[in-house]
Design a binder for this molecule. Sequence first.
Ligand code: T3D
Length: 261
Amino acid sequence: MTEQTIAVAARDGWVEITLNRPDKLNAFNAAMHGALRAALDDAARTGARAVLLTGAGRGFSAGQDLSDRTFASGEAPDLGTTLDTLYNPLVRQIRALPCPVVCAVNGVAAGAGANVALACDIVLAARSAKFIQAFAKIGLVPDSGGTFSLPRLVGEARAKGLALLAEPLPAETAAAWGLIWKAIDDDKLMAEARALAAQLAAGPTKGLALTKRAIQAAAVNDIDRQLDLERDLQREAGRSADYREGVQAFLEKRVPRFQGR
Ligand code: T3D
């Protein structure tokens, strides 16, 4: 029987995707990459207004499935190719998705598993979860955007500590350092993550997508470029039906009914 490497559930305007290789702590193999990319494509194609990503079992993801990395032939695998064809497109896809991506880190997130989580827009983690930049333990370099996101999120000193020491970082410390949005009691994680995804899905999706783009661009822009970008994106947001509805609702002292466009 074919392994169902992910589970997808359509919710009310949003999609919940669960990495589903719990016996391997949801380590990534090529099939799981393919299924996840296809589910994210579907979410974009069908106009999902939020995505929630989580893991089955006691872990979020332990990164690359190391049992797929054998040296039997005597030759080293070309890891540049796997980044080019699997991990980098996945991270780009998450960042380019025109709706918020919430990640509920339900347990350990190691290696690329940690950095795929950090590529999401809002990261919640169970209090028992840990983030491990496990790469140093096996002689690799943090990938999946880790060397980009870590120093920006927590500063160079902590980024280097995490990457060079590969020590587990508990969820609460990750939240205190600004690596993630929030640590949540384990038994409340999924309820809170789903409520957040539903809240975002009921929001002004177009404006949220433009906001996501602006904040991501700020990592590489200088202030002049960023001000110009804000102008351009605000112009676009100002033409949206949701902007009109937001202002109208404010003036009429009622809750806005955003359509996501
Ligand atoms: O290769 C390329 O394409 C380049 C890209 C690389 C990206 C990367 O992600 S490199 C980093 C790869 N990941 C790791 O190095 C982490 C390896 N795992 C661990 O260090 C530990 O499993 C954890 C710290 C994450 C959790 O420890 P623990 O004690 O809670 O669980 P465990 O007993 O180690 O693991 C449970 C099972 O999952 C176990 O299987 P078993 O013995 O019960 O049959 C273990 O072998 C399996 N597992 C965990 N991680 C992986 C894995 N199987 C395959 N690949 C894994 N990464």
